[in-house]
Write a protein that binds this ligand. Structure first.
Ligand SMILES: Nc1nc2c(ncn2[C@@H]2O[C@H](COP(=O)(O)OP(=O)(O)OP(=O)(O)O)[C@@H](O)[C@H]2O)c(=O)[nH]1
Ligand SMILES: [Mg+2]
Length: 679
C-alpha cells in the first residue's frame, strides 16, 4: 500500500528565469522540511539539486531534478527545472508530471523573459500557478514594484499571501496577509485584493462580500478552491539570508495547493490516419495507470523510466502493460526507485500522485502510458518544442566514429529536445537542439563522460519543395528488352495541400483501365520521388495527388512499371505547377536592454526578419520576429556581441515558408551544378 493518499501529495515545479533562485529555494525547502540536515548551496557546490559536475561548475541547472520531502503530513515532490531557455525540454518533461507550477521571480531583476514564458506554458497546460519573489534580502529590492509588475502582466488574480517585514539586510521574517498579521502596512494594502480574488471563485460569497459583510473567517476556508479555480494566484516571499519565507511557503503549499488526486485525465485519441484529438475522461481510482515523462540512462542501472502515477498503485515485480505501444505489450517491473537529486532510493510501493523510476525497462519511452491492464487509454503529454538549431558534427579521431551514434542515441533518449540524423543529401551527421548552447553543453558532456570529441560546423540548410497550382498530366513508362517488358501509364492530378499532412494520396480511379493492385504501386512511386526532390534534391511537401486514370498491360503491367510511371507523371505535373522552394523559418523572441534597440532591429531587418511585435518588460525591450532559420544560425553569438552579453532569446519552429525568388534561383542553380559534377 502507498504510504500517502493522492490527496496528501503535492507536486510542485519550480520554474522561471535563469538565476532567479529556483535551486536555492529547493535546497531551502528541503531543509525546512528536515529532508536534509544542512542547507545545500549552489555557490558552494553542495546543492542537492544541482549535483551534476557541469551544473556545479557552471553554477546553473541543466537537468531536471526531482526531490521529495514530507511536511505537515503531506508528501511533496519538488521539480527543479533549469531556467535557461536552452533547456526548456526539462521543464516540459516536468509539466507532464505535476499539477502545480511555482514561478520563481527574481526580486532584484524583476520579471524576465523566461519568467513570462514559464508562466505562459504552465497556463497552457492547465497547471495551477503560484509565484515566489526571491532575493528579498538583497539591497535595492522593491517588493511592491515586482508585485505590481506581476499583476500587470499576469492579472489581478496574482496577490501576495505573504509580505516581507523589510527588504535588504533588515529582512527578518515574512508576514501573513491572509491572517492579517501585524507588522507591515503592506498587509493592509494586499488584504482587499486577496479577498476579492478569493471570493471571485464563489458566487454566494461574492454577493455577501459586495453587501459589505466581513469575510475574514471565510477566506481561509475557500482559498484552496480559489487557487484551484485560478481566481487566486498566490505570491510568496523568500530571502536566502536567514532562510526567510521558506517554511511559510511550504506551509501554505501544504494547506492550499491542489493535491495530486485527479478525477479526470486528458487522454489522446489517435485516428487511423494518425491525427490526434484530446478528450477528458474520468480517472479510474482502482486501476493502476502511470505515464513516462522522462528517461534517464544510469551508469549502473541502465535505462530508467521516470513515471508519474495517475491512479492506483504498483509494487516492484508487478506486471505492466504499455498501452501506448502500437500493439499493447506487457512487461515486468524490477526494482522501483524514487529519485532524490542524484541519489536513488529503493521503494516497496508507489501510489497515485507519486513519482517513481523503474530500472532496466528498455521498452518504455517518454509519453508511454503503462497500466495494470484495466486502464487502456494513453494519457496526453505536453508537447516538446521541436529542436531547430542544427550542427554538423564529426568525431575528431577516426576511431571514434563507431562510438558516436550510441552516445547521441543516449542523449536523444534522455532529452526530448535533442535529436540527430544523417542528412540524406550531404551525408553529414546533424545534431538538432534548442540552441547552440544546448548542443554545446551536450557535446561537452559527451567529451567529459565518454572521451568522444567532435568537430562542429554549420550544416547546410534543409529546403523543401512544393507547388502553387493544380495540374493534371500523364506519363507512359515502356520498356521492351528481350523477354519480359514493362508497361504502365499513370494519370495524376497534383494540387497544393494546406492541411497538416505533407502528402495526401487519393485513389480516384474509376473503371478498370488499371488493375487495382497497382494503386499502392502508384502511391509508392509518388512517395519515392517526393523524398528525392525535383528542383533541388530537397523533399517535396504539401501536395495532394489524385490518381484518376491510366493504362495497364496484361503481361508487362507490373508493380515496378507503375512506380516508374507514377514518378514520371508526378515530375511532369510538379514542374508545370509553378513549383517553389521553401525554407525553415522560426519565430524569434529577443529581449535586451532598450539601449541596444537600434542594433537589434537593424540586424533583424538585414536578415530578412519580419518584426511582429514589440513591447517593454520593465527596462527591457522585447521584439518578436519571424525570420528564416538560414539567417539566424549564429544568432546566439551575434546577439551576445550586439548587446554586450545582455540579450537573451528564444526560438520556436514556425514551419516552412517560401524563399524569395532570387534565393530560389541561386539554390536551384547550385544544385544543378553539383548534379552535373557528380555525373
Ligand atoms: N541574496 C540572495 N541570493 C540568492 C537568493 N536566491 C538565490 N540567490 C543566489 O542567486 C544565484 C542563483 O541561484 P540559483 O538557485 O542557482 O538560481 P536558479 O534559478 O536555480 O538558476 P538556474 O538553475 O540557472 O535556472 C546563486 O548564487 C544564489 O546564491 C536570495 O534569496 N537571496
Ligand atoms: Mg537551478
Amino acid at each position: 500500500m502507498a504510504k500517502y493518499k493522492a490527496e496528501d501529495v503535492r507536486n510542485v515545479i519550480l520554474a522561471g528565469h535563469g538565476g532567479s533562485g529556483k535551486t536555492t529555494l529547493v535546497d531551502e525547502l528541503l531543509f525546512a522540511a528536515k529532508a536534509n540536515n544542512r542547507i545545500g548551496s549552489v555557490k558552494d557546490g553542495t546543492s542537492l539539486s544541482d549535483a551534476a559536475e557541469d551544473e556545479i561548475e557552471g553554477r546553473a541547472s541543466i537537468d531536471l531534478s526531482i526531490l521529495h520531502c514530507s511536511f505537515g503530513g503531506k508528501l511533496f515532490h519538488l521539480f527543479d527545472t533549469p531556467g535557461r531557455s536552452d533547456f526548456v525540454g526539462q521543464y516540459v518533461s516536468a509539466l507532464g508530471a505535476a499539477e502545480n507550477v511555482l514561478i520563481v521571480v527574481d526580486g532584484y531583476s524583476g520579471i524576465q523573459v523566461n519568467t513570462r514564458k514559464a508562466c505562459k506554458m504552465a497556463r497552457e497546460e492547465g497547471k495551477t500557478v503560484s509565484f515566489v519573489v526571491t532575493k528579498l534580502d538583497m539591497e535595492n529590492v522593491n517588493f511592491q514594484k515586482v508585485v505590481a509588475d506581476i499583476r500587470k502582466l499576469f492579472g489581478k488574480a496574482c496577490v501576495p499571501v505573504f509580505v516581507p517585514d523589510a527588504t535588504g539586510p533588515g529582512l527578518s521574517k515574512v508576514i501573513s496577509v491572509m491572517s492579517r498579521e501585524a507588522g507591515s502596512p503592506l498587509v493592509q494594502e494586499y488584504y482587499e485584493p486577496l479577498v476579492e480574488a478569493v471570493v471571485e471563485s464563489n458566487e454566494e460569497l461574492m454577493m455577501r462580500y459586495l453587501e459589505g459583510e466581513d469575510m475574514s473567517a471565510e477566506i481561509p476556508k475557500i482559498a484552496a478552491a480559489a487557487i484551484k479555480a485560478g481566481t487566486l494566484l498566490p505570491i510568496f516571499c523568500f530571502g536566502q539570508k536567514g532562510s526567510v519565507g521558506a517554511k511559510e511557503s511550504l506551509e501554505f503549499m501544504a494547506s492550499y495547493l491542489p493535491s495530486a488526486a485527479l478525477d479526470k485525465l486528458k487522454v489522446v485519441n489517435k485516428a487511423e490516419d494518425g491525427t490526434k484529438t484530446f478528450e477528458e475522461v474520468p480517472a479510474d481510482p482502482n486501476a493502476f495507470s502511470a505515464r513516462v515523462f522522462k528517461v534517464v540512462v544510469d551508469e549502473h542501472k541502465g535505462r530508467m523510466a521516470l513515471m508519474r502515477v495517475f491512479s492506483g498503485s504498483t509494487v516492484p515485480g508487478a506486471t505492466f502493460h504499455n498501452v501506448s505501444a502500437a500493439k499493447s505489450r506487457s512487461g515486468k517491473f524490477g526494482k522501483l526507485f524514487k529519485f532524490f537529486g542524484a541519489k536513488q532510493e529503493e521503494v516497496d510501493s508507489v501510489g497515485a500522485g507519486e513519482i517513481f523510476a523503474a530500472a532496466k525497462i528498455e521498452e518504455l519511452d517518454v509519453g508511454d502510458t503503462v497500466s495494470d491492464g484495466t486502464w487502456t487509454r494513453t494519457i496526453a503529454l505536453p508537447k516538446f518544442p521541436k529542436p531547430m538549431v542544427a550542427l554538423a558534427i564529426r568525431p575528431k579521431s577516426r576511431g571514434d566514429e563507431q562510438r558516436l551514434s550510441p552516445v547521441l542515441q543516449r542523449f536523444a533518449l534522455e532529452d526530448s529536445t535533442f535529436r540527430y540524423e544523417v542528412d540524406s543529401q550531404s551525408k553529414e551527421m546533424i545534431a538538432f537542439g534548442v540552441s547552440e548552447l544546448h548542443l554545446n553543453v551536450l557535446l561537452q558532456r559527451m567529451k567529459k563522460r565518454t572521451g568522444v570529441e567532435v568537430e562542429t560546423k554549420l550544416p547546410k540548410i534543409s529546403y523543401r519543395e512544393t507547388i502553387t497550382r493544380e495540374v493534371a498530366d500523364y506519363y507512359r513508362h515502356k520498356k521492351q528488352s528481350g523477354g519480359s517488358g514493362e508497361f504502365a501509364e499513370v494519370h495524376l492530378k497534383l494540387r497544393p495541400y494546406r492541411g497538416e499532412e505533407n502528402f495526401v494520396f487519393n485513389d480516384a480511379l474509376r473503371g478498370d483501365n488499371v488493375r487495382r493492385q497497382f494503386v499502392p504501386s502508384v502511391e509508392k512511386g509518388c512517395r519515392a520521388i517526393m523524398a528525392e526532390g525535383i528542383l533541388t534534391g530537397s523533399p517535396v511537401i504539401r501536395v495532394e495527388v489524385d490518381f484518376f486514370d491510366g493504362k495497364d498491360h496484361p503481361v508487362d503491367g507490373k508493380d515496378s512499371a507503375f512506380q516508374k510511371a507514377a514518378k514520371g507523371a508526378f515530375k511532369k505535373c510538379f514542374l508545370a505547377a509553378s513549383p517553389v522552394l521553401l525554407e525553415p523559418t522560426v519565430n524569434l523572441e529577443v529581449t535586451f536592454p532598450s539601449e541596444f534597440a537600434g542594433e537589434v532591429n537593424q540586424y533583424l531587418n538585414s536578415h530578412r526578419g519580419r518584426i511582429q511585435g514589440m513591447d517593454m518588460l520593465g527596462e527591457e525591450q522585447v521584439v518578436r520576429a519571424g525570420i528564416p532559420l538560414a539567417e539566424v544560425q549564429t544568432f546566439s553569438s551575434d546577439l551576445r556581441a550586439m548587446t554586450q552579453g545582455q540579450g537573451s532569446y528564444a526560438m520556436e519552429d514556425a514551419g516552412f515558408d517560401q524563399v524569395p525568388f532570387n534565393v530560389q534561383q541561386q539554390v536551384v542553380a547550385s544544385f544543378a551544378k553539383t548534379e552535373v559534377e557528380e555525373e
